[in-house]
Design a protein around this ligand. Sequence first.
Ligand SMILES: O=C(O)c1ccccc1NCC(=O)[C@H](O)[C@H](O)COP(=O)(O)O
Length: 204
Amino acid sequence: MSDLFVKICGLKTARDVDVAVEAGAGAVGFVFAPGSPRTIGAGAARELAARVPAGVLTVGVFRGQSVEEVRRFTEESGVRGVQLHGEEPPAHYEALRAPGRTLLRATALHVERCGEYGEDLLLIDAPDPGSGKPWNWGSAEFAAPEGRWLLAGGLNPGNVREAVAATGAWGVDVSSGVESERGVKSPELIRAFVSAAQSYDYSE
Ligand SMILES: O=C(O)c1ccccc1NCC(=O)[C@H](O)[C@H](O)COP(=O)(O)O
């Protein structure tokens, strides 16, 4: 067993939040970026976030939205983490910094180390986030950043251990790989993903 940090993203129902928490996820994500089958409103997210124990991070997921909009969704929903997917500049991270808030920078670009934009956690993702399409994390060209970073993009219960072994990621993030159809989470796949990820032993 490892302490691998697991984030389950794109949750929309109380059942799926409860399953993710009980399975051992360290974070759960709610999509506030418009235009996704996983998008929910701040009010719905507030009810879901209220079910989550203090030790599990609740995260709002945004893409290309203004600082004002991100702030409004974050405050209305009560999530404690903010994840930006739109290659927002460092000024957005500075503006969104608040006591007790965790900032996550999601990018498909090469990054030397976590924290360059003022983020607390880095998420190295596919160019098309939430698509379920894997990218070349296993290739020789991929250089892992320094610091705490999560791997995302096309992960599923069957490949997550191999992905962590290949990259040395501190954590993993998944959405499509724990769905029975696009936008619909599967409790069985959530449990299988967390179990597979956390069975990884870094000394392997
Ligand atoms: O999920 C979406 O539809 C989405 C839309 C806009 C910005 C981000 C989005 N999702 C982010 C994630 O779910 C994860 O961070 C990650 O990309 C995992 O995606 P997947 O490849 O589907 O596992």
